[in-house]
Design a binder for this molecule. Structure first.
Ligand code: FNR
Length: 187
């Protein structure tokens, strides 16, 4: 059976460069990693976290579905945009839902890629790492991928598709490292 990685993007907009990074990662996996599957998982349908929505230990349907996808994954690839130096609210919301008992992130391998302004989203990615401490996500340290989306050369087209060859090669190294890390964790 293939190693199962799920991709989660912290931006909902159609032309999202972060979701574009995930789509590029899917292409890379399909082309170069025959023992890995990568599925982009939707989080835009999740309600805002509110423990009033937890009835007798059950969750809203969309939350239950999302939690099941996280639980069944061997590893997580986060595409983590930066809003005001931190993780976007929508991504944090998804992280928080899947942390509710029982925490379904526990002991999984993960990696972060991000696309943003001058620092390429590095500050949000470090905030996500900090959250990972509590929920027992184990991030690869390197390679770190922070794409400066708005500086030349142009790296994305208008729809947020990654068109920069160098970035694609770098992204492949991230996938490679995450794959190796997941295999190590499963041993
Ligand atoms: C931003 N942006 C941004 N960029 C950055 O590098 N550091 C930041 O702190 C912020 N802050 C911020 C706040 C808010 C509310 C918005 C809407 C945007 C810009 C951001 O990086 C840019 O919109 C990216 O394009 C977001 O990623 P997607 O949507 O392309 O995936």
């Amino acid at each position: 059976e293939k190693l199962k990685i799920i991709g989660i993007s912290g931006s909902f907009r159609k032309g999202s460069t972060n979701t574009g990074l995930l789509r590029a990662a899917v292409e890379i996996v399909e082309k170069d990693f025959s023992d890995v599957s990568l599925e982009i998982v939707e989080i835009s349908n999740l309600p805002f976290v509110n423990t009033d929505l937890e009835v007798n230990g059950t969750y809203p349907e969309s939350v239950t579905e999302f939690r099941a996808k996280v639980l069944s994954a061997d590893g997580i690839l986060f595409a983590c945009p930066e809003y005001n130096y931190s993780v976007t609210g929508v991504l944090k919301n998804a992280v928080d839902w899947a942390s509710r008992p029982p925490n379904v992130w526990g002991d999984k391998g993960a990696a972060i890629i991000s696309s943003g302004g001058g620092n390429g989203g590095s500050r949000s990615s470090y905030h996500l790492r900090q959250t990972g401490v509590y929920i027992d996500l184990h991030f690869i340290n390197k390679p770190e991928m922070f794409v400066k989306a708005f500086e030349p050369p142009q790296k994305f087209d208008q729809d947020g598709n990654l068109i920069d060859q160098k970035s694609k090669e770098y992204l492949k190294e991230v996938v490679k490292a995450l794959r190796a890390w997941i295999i190590r964790l499963k041993r």
